[in-house]
Design a protein around this ligand. Sequence first.
Ligand code: APR
Length: 175
Amino acid sequence: MAVDKRMRAIEGDITHCTVDAIVNAANGTLLGGSGVDGAIHRAAGRELLAECMTLGGCDTGEAKATKAYRLDARHIIHTVGPIWHGGGQGEARKLASCYRRCLETAVALGDRTIAFPAISTGAYGYPAAEAAMLAVSTVDACLRSYGPETIASVSFVCFDRRTFEMYESVLSNKR
Ligand code: APR
């Protein structure tokens, strides 16, 4: 079954993306961290942390939006991925929820282009290949409910070549 052509994989730094919504792989406090969370907070500037401090944290699988400040976007959508414990603790369901809730939040905000990092595949240890397959299939299913006038493009931004090649192969195998 061909996947929706609005999805693409790109290799690069998500803080350099020009899209309506940039997704952050945060932790439950929403008060910053390392990895993509650290990069987004550094690039967006200190005002981002000030707004995050008003949000009261975020549950795993949920999403909360803030302004984008110095990023070239309308919003940052913060989501908290599952920590990998071997796959037997609902990790796949929680990761799918991250992608679904971020898309729902973007649609609610009128954001038509969205960029995702590879949520949970860094510090949270989720195997990158499984995460890529889950991300693509979850987003593909969601895109059936959203026409191009609602969601125009979904970019999977990969920080390294290995992750990029995984997404490319998932997307091309399903084309
Ligand atoms: N642009 C795009 N992707 C990036 C960037 C960046 N600037 N920096 C890192 N990444 C990639 C990583 O290479 C990995 O593929 O984002 C993916 C997710 O890795 P992490 O950032 O470690 O996120 P995650 O695994 O979800 O762990 C979240 O780490 O930074 C803390 O506060 C965060 O506690 C939370 C945890």
